[in-house]
Design a protein. Structure first.
Length: 144
């Protein structure tokens, strides 16, 4: 699948990547690619706290943590896009969030899809921005 190849390249091109996810407008994961970096202890604890027992043997903590994090921006991105469109500010391209243990870069795609790149902090954000921009362009072309 071409979408998976783009995400694999993105996750591998950024050394601090916990992973990359392509989500639809509802925050549902379309494709997920774990990175080389493992979760910190607080991130592991958060994933374990929310992981249903029925899923414990079927999903890694990294994948579950990425799925949880990937679902969050969907509704907020939709509201931001609509607010900016309504006042003529143009198209929303990227959003960056910083947390104690991670940085999250989100690239907005056509049809309200988005690609999320999760990084361990500290991270080389400029490199991550460049790689996210490349991946966003490739994904946008595939989604059209």
């Amino acid at each position: 699948m071409e979408l998976a190849a783009v995400l694999e390249d993105l996750a591998r091109s950024v050394p601090e990547a916990i992973g990359a996810i392509l989500c639809d407008y509802e925050g549902e994961v379309v494709v997920l690619q774990p990175g080389a970096v493992r979760l910190s202890d607080p991130q592991v604890a958060a994933a374990r706290e929310h992981l249903p027992r029925a899923l414990e043997s079927t999903i890694s903590l990294e994948e579950f943590w990425l799925r949880l994090g990937g679902a969050v921006p969907g509704p907020a991105l939709h509201q931001l896009r609509e607010a900016h469109r309504s006042v003529g500010r143009g198209t929303l391209v990227t959003v960056e969030l910083s947390f104690a243990e991670a940085a999250v870069l989100v690239g907005c795609l056509p049809e309200d899809y988005y690609v999320l790149l999760a990084l361990r902090r500290p991270a080389l954000r400029e490199r991550a921005r460049v790689q996210l921009s490349r991946a966003s362009s490739a994904l946008a072309a595939l989604l059209r």
